[in-house]
Ligand binder design. Structure first.
Ligand SMILES: [Zn+2]
Length: 125
């Protein structure tokens, strides 16, 4: 068979849980391309351009600070430590970090912060 359709998942850029499902099909109608698509079925293939339902509920109130290990992070691939804290939008910290804050399509906002820096300023215990 030279054609396949697979259901794939896109993750929430904030919490890393599933935010959206999508369907991929192979546009090149060869057995090889079809097999590549088949392999993706049920897998997460990247981040969504918006937050998941749970995170987006806080989009008007907080900016999410996501802890990363800067030693293990690649340039475009931050290594997440699993620490996430919502910080009130009108806080001093959010103001100070404004240039690093990323805004998603649904207006959810987040930024990455080194785990140890976050610890020092009391974001997590
Ligand atoms: Zn989420």
């Amino acid at each position: 068979m030279n054609f396949n359709a697979s259901i794939v998942k896109y993750l929430c850029p904030i919490c890393g849980k599933e935010a959206e499902e999508g369907i991929v099909i192979n546009s090149l109608l060869t057995e090889k391309a079809a097999k590549e698509v088949e392999k993706l079925n049920g897998k997460a293939i990247g981040y969504a351009d918006h937050a998941c339902k749970e995170c987006s509920e806080y989009k008007d109130k907080v900016v999410f600070f996501i802890g990363i290990d800067t030693n293990k992070s690649e340039k475009d691939d931050p290594y997440r430590t699993g620490h996430i804290t919502g910080v009130k939008k009108n806080s001093q910290l959010v103001n100070q970090c404004s240039e690093f804050i990323i805004t998603l399509k649904d207006n959810s906002q987040y930024c990455f912060i080194d785990y140890n820096v976050g610890k020092q300023i009391g974001l997590w215990n």
